[in-house]
Design a protein around this ligand. Structure first.
Ligand code: GTP
Ligand code: MG
Length: 276
């Protein structure tokens, strides 16, 4: 029995060394790469497969486009010998953009050889879409239907687009904060059991105070109760009429704050300096 197998059967409640933890929980530290050079550089190699990653930004800033891009690229990176894994896409506001993802998939397949993905693979067949519009429906989905789906379909990524829309009508901030905690707790437990990354998109709201009277400043919606549950926060912005987007990394446990540019084209998301 090799060292790694010995570690696998160690009782979870016993202490292990820091070095053993790297081997034992290898899948916890892996990253979901964007396969877009500027975004991978900014995030220090991609998104974590544990915790909640938030992509905030105003309408049209590219949150859904980036989420659709991730839904495709997540499928090109099976772990070691594991089979290719799918994506769950929970959509809460607009109808799921089926035409757009089909258009992106077409371009993506042309590029798939570079990413060592099979050209004949139908990526959209492996994206499981659910439409939800309320906190109760979201919580029920995470506790009842999602675990059943995950038992039968291993996934690499779960997207909630957008989390703000689910809580748009909730006026009771205490109930809202409790629901955030239940949702995030359920996601953490499922991540530990089924091993996948979680990306939530979020709207932004304007801030007007003495510091910002002369300039427009927007911050992610849902307040501190939500922000404290997020592990990595990314904020997108755009200049109207320009296809270039700015992506700011506001905080992450493993990469310093910074920013970069990317573009949205017919083919999808690509590096501002090396468009597809
Ligand atoms: P909300 O959901 O409304 O908050 O916005 P969002 O941030 O999700 O915006 P989304 O990701 O849907 O981005 C929409 C923008 O993407 C459009 O305004 C276009 O600028 C760009 N876009 C979408 N499809 C195409 C396309 O086929 N070609 C190009 N060049 N741009 C596109
Ligand atoms: Mg959107």
């Amino acid at each position: 029995m090799n060292e790694e197998n010995k570690l696998e059967i160690r009782k979870p409640e016993s202490f292990i060394t820091a070095k053993q933890s790297i081997k034992l929980y290898r899948q916890r530290w892996r990253r979901l790469k964007f396969h877009v050079a500027s975004l991978d550089r900014l995030t220090g190699g991609g998104l974590h497969s544990r915790g909640i990653v938030e992509i905030a930004g105003d309408a049209g800033s590219g949150k859904t486009q980036l989420a659709l891009h991730l839904a495709l690229v997540a499928q090109v990176q099976p772990i070691d010998d594991m089979p290719r894994r799918g994506v769950v896409y929970i959509i809460t506001e607009h109808p799921f953009p089926s035409r757009r993802i089909t258009q992106m998939e077409k371009a993506f397949k042309k590029n798939a050889r570079i990413l060592s993905a099979p050209e004949k693979f139908n990526f959209t067949d492996n994206i499981f879409v659910e439409h939800l519009h309320s906190p109760t429906a979201l919580e029920q989905c995470l506790s009842d239907r999602l675990p059943v789906l995950l038992e039968n379909n291993p996934i690499e990524l779960l997207i909630i687009d957008s989390v703000a829309a689910v809580y748009g009508d909730e006026q009771n901030y205490v109930d809202r904060a409790q629901s955030f905690r239940r949702v995030v707790h359920a996601l953490h437990l499922l991540q530990e059991r089924f091993d996948f990354a979680v990306v939530c998109t979020n709207q932004v709201r304007s801030v007007v105070d003495e510091m910002t009277l002369d300039e427009e400043r927007v911050v992610p919606a849902l307040g501190l109760a939500w922000a404290s549950l997020v592990h990595t926060r990314i904020q997108l912005s755009r200049v109207i009429g320009n296809h270039e987007r700015t992506c700011r990394l506001l905080f992450s446990p493993t990469a310093p704050p910074g920013q970069c540019e990317f573009v949205i084209t017919e083919a999808g998301i690509s590096d501002a300096t090396e468009p597809l």
